[in-house]
Design a protein around this ligand. Structure first.
Ligand code: NAD
Ligand code: DAU
Length: 340
């Protein structure tokens, strides 16, 4: 099979490309990525010379380019990871999220419709369901939970999901959608909570925690997400949505304290800062459908996954030090300058 993976130079897409190139030597993996600030070819070093791997630089929202690529490659499967993915950036610049996340998705869908496809898979997020209250630990997101978004990011992802499902109903396009909870692991860009805290704690810098640090996220180790997507693409039912999560809820403060303890750094580095506007309180996935219908089970708990992640950041300083010494310095100043 020829598989186009979009956004394969980013965090989850990069881990997915590693997984697929190694697991399926008989398949051809084409990594299509625009290399925005979040895309990094260093992430692909371990597979860049594999005979079943190819990188193509391009924009999923560039219709002429995408149609030409499909004409040339005639892919069997498209798995769309490419997105603007950071909630805080969506608050300062919503439009780029509409362009890539919505128009990029409809462009890919139109190319799939024109050239034919065995499967289009949309990598979505639990954020499309909005949030859950902190005082109702009995509530979880199921595939039937209504879409109820909070941020420009989640609104753009929910719009994309609706287009994907509409293309199935209207044109019979063979699609699947997966909605996963927060990922963590190797190659995670240090604007997101876990890599931000690890990299700053290692440099003995202040650690910004929004509000009181009481918001809850449901953390999943990235390779467990990659395995779930592979399973949905190969065995999932066309037209269906699958939630992915492993019941690993933690408050942000718990996450930060766990990292500090593992690194033997003091809690005095923590600085409570002005909250994110519209900050979602709690995410929690009910993964019953993917577990019972497809037999998926995560390999890692938060306790085992965070140890592996911290080890990776300790052993791969070059990867993240390179990032935080460039453009990132300006980003950090703009985003946190007045808060810290
Ligand atoms: P990321 O920001 O690390 O990577 C995104 C990648 O997409 C980058 O390589 C970037 O260069 C590329 N890209 C951006 N715009 C593009 C465009 N117009 N054309 C082609 N490529 C473009 O993101 P991530 O955290 O790896 O997330 C990947 C996907 O998974 C996203 O769709 C996101 O919504 C979804 N998701 C993320 C999480 C999470 O916890 N990170 C959880 C659930 C779902
Ligand atoms: O749930 C899935 C989503 O998880 C994905 O769809 C998104 O692409 C991904 O970025 C992630 O969104 P979050 O907003 O949950 O992740 P982030 O790492 O930005 O923040 C996690 C929590 O930590 C959140 O409650 C905000 C808080 N936070 C974040 C940062 C960057 C802080 O307290 N301080 C920080 O500096």
């Amino acid at each position: 099979m020829k598989i186009i993976v979009t956004g394969g130079a980013g965090f989850i897409g990069g881990n997915f490309v590693h997984y697929m190139v190694n697991k399926y030597p008989e398949d051809m993996i084409i990594n299509l990525d625009l290399l925005t600030y979040a895309g990094n070819l260093e992430t692909l070093k371990p597979v860049e010379n594999a005979p079943n791997y190819k990188f193509v630089k391009g924009d999923i929202a560039d219709r002429a380019f995408i149609f030409k690529l499909f004409e040339e490659e005639k892919p069997d499967v498209v798995i769309n990871f490419a997105a603007e993915s950071h909630v805080d950036r969506s608050i300062t610049d919503p439009e780029s999220f509409v362009r890539t996340n919505v128009m990029g998705t409809t462009t890919l869908l139109d190319a799939c419709r024109t050239y034919g496809i065995k499967r289009y898979h949309q990598v979505s997020t639990d954020e499309v369901y909005g949030d859950l209250p902190l005082d109702r630990p009995d509530l979880f997101f199921t595939e039937e939970t209504p879409l109820h978004t909070s941020s420009p990011y989640s609104s753009s992802k929910a719009s994309a999901d609706l287009f994907v499902l509409a293309y199935h109903r209207t044109y019979g396009l063979p699609v699947t959608v997966s909605r996963c909870s927060n990922n963590y692991g190797p190659y995670h860009f240090p604007e997101k909570l876990i890599p931000l805290i690890i990299s700053r704690a290692l440099n003995d810098e202040e650690l910004p925690v929004y509000g009181k640090g009481e918001n809850v996220r449901d953390w999943l180790y990235v390779t467990d997400h990659c395995k779930a997507i592979d399973l949905v693409v190969r065995k999932g039912k066309v037209g269906e949505v699958y939630n992915i999560g492993g019941h690993n809820e933690r408050t942000n403060l718990e996450v930060v304290k766990t990292i500090l303890k593992a690194l033997n750094k003091p809690e005095s580095l923590i600085k409570f800062v002005t909250d994110r506007p519209g900050h979602d309180r709690r995410y929690a996935i009910d993964p019953t459908k993917i577990e019972t219908e497809l037999g998926w089970k995560p390999e890692y708990t938060f306790d085992t996954g965070i140890v592996k992640t911290i080890e990776w950041y300790l052993n791969n300083k070059e990867w993240w030090e390179h990032i935080i010494s460039g453009e990132y310095t300006k980003y950090f100043e703009n985003m946190y300058g007045e808060r810290l």
